[in-house]
Write a protein that binds this ligand. Structure first.
Ligand SMILES: [Zn+2]
Length: 87
């Protein structure tokens, strides 16, 4: 039998275009513990594990507003995708 796994207790962001998978701590436009940051799109974010600053966070990816696919930020910020978001 598999070990005790609760998928709803540990949110995993998975990119639908590549194999990137990473746990995330928040999905939305205003990450908690940040004062001035409001994202333009709802994004999957996680705390920066490498920084002691609690306001540092990493954007993992976002849901495409056109195709509703979850894509990681590496693809999101590629020139083709950026131009789509700027339309
Ligand atoms: Zn990806």
């Amino acid at each position: 039998t598999s070990s005790h796994v609760q998928s709803d207790a540990f949110n995993i962001f998975s990119c639908q275009l590549c194999d990137l998978r990473s746990p995330y701590s928040y999905y939305g436009q205003k990450p908690p513990n940040t004062r001035a940051i409001v994202l333009l799109e709802e994004c999957f974010v996680t705390k920066d594990p490498f920084s002691p600053d609690r306001e540092k966070f990493l954007i993992l990816g976002s849901e495409c507003s056109l195709c509703r696919k979850r894509v990681c930020v590496g693809l999101l910020w590629s020139p083709g995708i950026v131009s789509l978001f700027l339309n």
